[in-house]
Design a protein around this ligand. Structure first.
Ligand code: HPA
Length: 236
């Protein structure tokens, strides 16, 4: 069996899938942390792999950037491959100087101006979607066991990376309590809800809209390791 965007056979994908935005980061995770790795997707170079972590089966696949992209992949994984849990592991930009570069954040909700949820299910317009409580509890326990501090908060899922009015972020921080921005969680959480599945989102701060600091891609790779270890320990 395959879907328009995933060429895997039915049993080639684990119940839990970690989703970085970048398919090459999915490859890095598979190469670095997993044993018995088998690649299950190459369509559009959106690489996906299944392997074992400490003997337990887990998959990792790129989501691409933005809600339309993660919307397609997460829906196909939940609906056609019987995936139960998707944990996004991504990067974000800080909206407040209370958080620092390389901090690990756990989304408690995703705020968005996006019409994704309304268009997808035609129900009602709402500015927030939510992760699975049970997955978030597991992530918090895993972070504690690994001694990695995490900050919980509202995440802004934006459709736009380059805004004409850069300072608009301040209004979103003030009005919606969003502490950081990325571009995917709102759609992922919505898809989990409509398919009756589970989603969560862990983020590493890669830049700050307040201080304008940014990280290099090498630095990001190292910092992301902490977040990956937390997420990988949810393999079951
Ligand atoms: N904006 C949107 N998404 C992001 C950012 C940002 O500044 N940084 C990392 N992901």
């Amino acid at each position: 069996m395959s879907t328009p965007h995933i060429s895997a056979k039915q049993d080639e994908i684990a119940k839990t899938v970690l989703m970085p935005g970048d398919p090459l980061r999915a490859k890095f995770i598979a190469d670095t942390f997993l044993d018995n790795v088998k690649q299950f997707n190459t369509v559009r170079n959106m690489f996906g792999y299944t392997g074992t972590y400490k003997g337990k089966k887990i998959s990792v696949m790129g989501s691409g950037m933005g809600m339309p992209s993660i919307g397609i992949y997460s829906y196909e994984l939940y609906k056609f491959y019987d995936v139960e849990n998707i944990i996004r592991i991504g990067s974000c930009g800080a909206y407040t100087d209370k958080i620092d570069l390389y901090d690990v954040l756990l989304a408690e909700s995703a705020y968005s101006e996006s019409s994704y949820a309304y268009v997808q299910s035609g129900t009602y317009k709402q500015p927030y979607t939510y992760p699975s409580k049970h997955l978030n509890e597991k992530i918090e326990a895993a972070a504690k066991a690994l001694n990695i501090p995490i900050t919980k908060g509202v995440i802004h899922s934006s459709d736009v990376f380059y805004r004409e009015n850069f300072d608009d972020y301040k209004k979103i921080y003030e009005n919606y309590d969003a502490i950081a921005v990325e571009m995917e969680s709102f759609a992922l959480f919505h898809n989990a809800k409509v398919t009756g599945k589970n989603a969560a989102c862990l983020l590493t701060v890669s830049d700050s809209l307040v201080t304008k600091e940014a990280t290099s891609s090498d630095e990001r790779q190292n910092a992301f390791t902490k977040m990956m270890e937390i997420a990988l320990s949810l393999a079951e």
